[in-house]
Design a protein around this ligand. Structure first.
Ligand SMILES: *Cc1c(COP(=O)(O)O)cnc(C)c1O
Length: 429
């Protein structure tokens, strides 16, 4: 069984809490770099392989710059993510733009940056054409595919694409490619994201085979040779200690087997593989460090911490499991049952429900695991709660603050039209 130890020692975590205060999201630079390199190695058999990190998972420029140094690109879903990618130095083909129900402003910036636009729907073609001057489309573009129905692997149904709002049908995607060719597109890609957080080694290979077969069909019917297949995100991480991590080397090898058997015989052997992993890259390399403020003993035992769902929404939103380590009590028996709660006026603001943990004292530090992706970024300001800082544990062991705590000033900034909130000094901020 995976013991799930934090990536920093209890001493280091105490030192960080003393220096920077709690709560904080803490990221591990060494871990994320090692993991990205391992992914790239698993797909190194494909000369055009590239990972486009899904910015929405962890939109922090310090982390994006590390990923850029390691040769990753970005996958953006909005105007602000495009701006962040541009400012972090990602250029043109290093930026993928995968959005749906897309505002004109977002498409405009994607066009200006010459990012690769991945169309969610055939109806977006007209919009992109209009925004690009009305005569032609960009030279490189992609389409998002939705096969409909259910997506199954050997051991059962993984998800239900037929219910998902994303992507085009088989007929639509062929129509889109034909129209795109007539409007000047020369390099075509296909993209699909069918299952989220899959720890099955079968997901990517099955998806790859489906897309490779469609690439062969498109070549046969339209004479269009796709230049990339984007397997997108969806590879999961073991949030629970009893779960196995997926085997990225086996996944890379199985995608290669599908490539060799489906694409090579059809003369499509120079097609590049892209991925847009977010959770897999960063999830395990972030943790939320929070301090227990109150212990409450009513019908249940509650440990009230200084973080809340504003900092990490996944448990409240999806009932998601995040493992918790009581710092310094790793070897103690987990012989007490707690709900670990934040301070929102919402009964679902619980990081854990009925969780066996060691005896907790007020002042104990808790390390909430696997918050490196879709953690901070999903935070919100409900109840007027402010989101907390992000810290980076750098490769040399030093810690850098890479996002400060929000302040009341930040909270009031969007309503401050008449100077009502200009001077907050009497409130100490
Ligand atoms: C969210 C998203 C991703 C990343 O998903 P993960 O589950 O974090 O791997 C990749 N591509 C697109 C288009 C997305 O919307």
């Amino acid at each position: 069984m995976n013991m799930k130890k934090p990536f920093a020692s209890p001493e280091k975590l105490r030192e960080i809490a003393a220096e920077f205060g709690t709560p904080c999201h803490l990221y591990d630079a060494s871990g994320m770099i090692r993991n990205l390199r391992r992914l790239q190695q698993a797909f190194a058999w494909n000369p055009g392989y590239k990972e486009f990190f899904a910015v929405k998972a962890t939109p922090n420029p310090y982390l994006l710059q590390i990923l850029r140094q390691e040769k990753a690109g970005t996958d953006c879903s909005s105007l602000t993510e495009l701006i962040m990618s541009d400012r972090c130095g990602f250029k043109q083909e290093e930026i993928m733009f995968s959005s749906n129900d897309t505002p004109d402003e977002d498409f405009k910036l994607a066009l200006k940056l010459n990012a690769t636009i991945n169309l969610d729907d055939i109806s977006h073609l007209d919009t992109v054409l209009r925004l690009n001057g009305g005569q032609k489309l960009p030279e490189k573009m992609s389409c998002r595919f939705n096969p409909g129905g259910v997506f199954e692997v050997a051991n059962g149904i993984m998800d239900n694409p037929g219910d998902a709002k994303y992507g085009m049908t088989r007929e639509q995607i062929k129509q889109a490619y034909a129209a795109m060719r007539d409007l000047g597109v020369r390099r075509f890609g296909i993209h699909a994201f069918l299952v989220s957080n899959s720890t099955s080694n079968a997901y990517y290979p099955k998806l790859a085979k489906l897309l490779f077969e469609l690439a062969v069909e498109i070549k046969a019917e339209l004479g269009i040779e796709l230049s990339f297949v984007n397997l997108s995100g969806g590879i999961g991480i073991p949030y629970r200690p009893e779960q196995e991590a997926c085997d990225i080397e086996a996944i890379g090898a199985a995608v290669k087997a599908a490539y060799d058997s489906v694409l090579l015989p059809s003369g499509l052997g120079s097609l590049s593989i892209y991925t847009e992993l977010g959770r897999y890259i960063m999830g395990p390399y972030g943790g939320l460090l929070t301090r227990v403020q109150y212990l409450k003993d009513t019908y249940k035992l509650y440990a009230g911490v200084d973080a809340c769902a504003a900092d990490l929404m996944r448990p409240a939103m999806y009932g998601a499991y995040h493992h918790i380590t009581v710092v310094g009590k790793e070897a103690w028996p987990a012989d007490h049952i707690y709900d670990v709660t934040g301070g929102l006026c919402e009964n679902n603001d619980k990081f854990a429900v009925d969780r066996p943990l060691p005896l907790i004292d007020t002042g104990d530090l808790l390390f909430i695991h696997d918050t490196g992706a879709h953690g901070y970024s999903m935070g919100y300001n409900y109840n007027g709660k402010l989101r907390h800082q992000e810290l980076l544990l750098q490769q040399d062991g030093s810690v850098r603050r890479i996002r400060r705590n929000e302040t009341p000033r930040d909270y009031f900034a969007t309503l401050d039209f008449s100077g009502l909130f200009e001077d907050l000094s009497e409130y100490g901020c």
